[in-house]
Design a protein around this ligand. Structure first.
Ligand code: NDP
Length: 489
């Protein structure tokens, strides 16, 4: 196999220190295409292994990730700036997803019998889910292991080969993942890496892969979808969110405040399903805000979470805070001086108009707005008044389930923050500007497979319907049969 080496390169930096962590090639469209071509042969081999063969090899890779956890934690921490404990949390969850996908693939995607119905009762009807072929995965930097693996693990378990383009901010983590996979599965390049900037991702979207799984901003998601449309390539889009948290009058306020502070500030707020807006029942508003403020004051950028991974994000966060303050909002913690050169201190905003950027646009920083509502109907109305619809959280004793069902988001956690993201059997995805399609769970496995329906005739019947010599007697019989079966109401 010959590999053409890219001339152009780029550096990956530690966002806390600007130390160069590694230098990576900027892969051209031709190199991306070559990787996709190599993946075709790999995909055929990978599919031929069957569920058991793939599960065994995915378990080998999982074992390697688990044994080398500290090494990967250190790399994630250096490349994103997040504390090692947070790096470990995302990797642990990713390993859990990998385990689930590998073990459940046969059950979810293997041959299933379907009822053929009375008229065709001489047929055996089955459906099986076959791999799509080659999947292009375009990943972000905020959770450089957990997020891409949400697609990669499920795509691989479903029998596909993958070409992975990590964010330009986390190519080192991407390289580490692909290298360890190659150690576990040395025979064919079933999981390959292409690195570079947006243009490399765009080339992957145009390369004729069988599906693109994109995680990132809504704006880039639209570009990816437009590029994929040129080759009629289907896409799954996991875009951003403006996730609300609701606090009902009977909620455990300590737990709700704790979830708000962690959900809003952990990972410096760079979480697609992080808490960005809170709506609190008027009866508990003051007590809840006091608890959030008390906890938020103990959280500090640099100690509890890292710097902003992407330097340009600092300006977005600053703009949202300043706009909120200029329009009558008050910062109870943090505020206009919270945004530094690399780090952003926790910021709790109240009295922010609902039509301001801090409430409507994805901030992706350690800020949160808290608003008082007359009742939970108003909370639902305001929470749902968003172009986004990714995740949401409800704190309530009595009405938790009812409120969760009424929230227009792909997933809702009740009485705990972000719990849905750690449950491998639950699908994850958005609606509206948060995207569409699902990763994780059975739905995530099926996202990377195509249903193949097979009807096998087991024996012939006198009542032959699909033949030209079909007799008028047969037609009359069928008519009577249907009238008896369906015509009673
Ligand atoms: P992007 O959406 O720009 O990037 C996500 C991925 O897409 C990266 O791998 C990126 O590569 C790649 N990419 C960029 N342009 C193209 C293109 N034209 N075609 C194909 N792929 C492309 O997000 P950013 O990293 O710039 O972050 C911007 C904002 O996106 C954040 O502020 C946040 O609001 C949101 N975001 C949401 C995430 C989520 O989990 N839902 C994750 C990350 C960001 P490269 O990095 O090399 O440009």
């Amino acid at each position: 196999m010959t590999t053409v080496h890219a001339v152009e390169t780029f550096d990956s930096l530690n966002p806390a220190t600007d130390e160069v962590i590694g230098t990576y090639p900027v892969h051209s469209a031709d190199e991306v295409q070559a990787a996709v071509d190599r993946a075709r042969a790999a995909a055929r081999w990978w599919e031929s292994l069957g569920f058991a063969g793939r599960a065994e090899r995915l378990a080998r890779w999982r074992g390697s990730l688990a044994r080398r956890l500290p090494e990967l934690c250190e790399l994630v921490s250096r490349e994103t700036g997040k504390p090692a404990g947070d790096a470990q949390l995302e990797i642990v969850l990713a390993i859990e997803h990998l385990a689930w996908a590998g073990k459940q693939a046969r059950k979810v995607l293997g041959t299933q019998r379907r009822a053929p119905g009375l008229l065709l009762s001489n047929q055996a009807a089955t459906v099986e889910y076959q791999p799509l072929g080659v999947i292009g995965v375009i990943g972000p930097w905020n959770y450089p292991v957990y997020t891409p693996l949400g697609s990669i693990a499920y795509a691989l378990a479903a029998g596909n080969a993958v070409v992975f383009k990590p964010s330009e901010y986390t190519p080192g983590v991407g390289t580490w993942l692909v290298d360890t996979f190659a150690e576990a599965v040395p025979e064919y390049p079933v999981l390959q890496l292409v690195t570079g900037f947006g243009a490399t991702g765009a080339a992957l979207a145009r390369s004729g892969v069988d599906k693109i799984a994109f995680t990132g901003s809504t704006a880039t998601g639209k570009k990816v979808m437009a590029a994929a449309a040129e080759t009629l390539t289907p896409v799954v889009i996991e875009a951003g969110g403006k996730d609300p948290l609701l606090v009902d009058a009977d909620a455990d306020l300590d737990a709700a405040a704790d979830a708000t502070v962690w959900g809003a500030f952990s990972n410096a707020g760079q979480t697609c399903a992080g808490v960005e807006r809170v709506y609190v029942h008027q009866g508990v508003y003051d007590a809840f805000v006091a608890k959030v403020v008390e906890r938020a004051k103990k959280v500090s950028a640099g100690a509890d979470y890292g710097p902003m991974t992407m330097p340009t994000q600092l300006e977005v966060v600053r703009t949202h805070i300043l706009d909120a303050l200029a329009r009558g909002g008050r910062a109870l913690v943090g505020g206009k001086d919270a945004v530094g050169d690399r780090y952003v201190q926790p910021t709790v905003l109240v009295d922010v108009p609902e039509d301001s950027a801090a409430v409507r646009e994805e901030t992706f920083g350690p800020t949160v707005t808290i608003a008082k509502v007359a009742d939970m109907d108003e909370a639902i109305e305001k929470a749902n008044d968003s172009v986004y619809g990714l995740g949401s959280t409800v704190f309530a004793k009595r009405r938790g389930l009812e409120l969760a069902r009424r929230l227009r988001t792909g997933q809702t956690a009740i009485n705990a923050p972000l719990s849905f993201a750690g449950i491998a059997s639950l699908p994850f995805g958005g609606r509206g500007d948060s995207g569409f399609g699902r990763i994780h769970g059975p739905e995530g496995l099926r996202e990377f497979a195509r249903p193949k329906a097979i009807a096998r005739q087991r024996f012939t019947v006198p009542l032959r319907l699909t033949t030209f010599p079909r007799s008028p007697r047969t037609d009359a019989l069928v008519g009577k049969l249907i009238a008896t079966l369906h015509g009673r109401r």
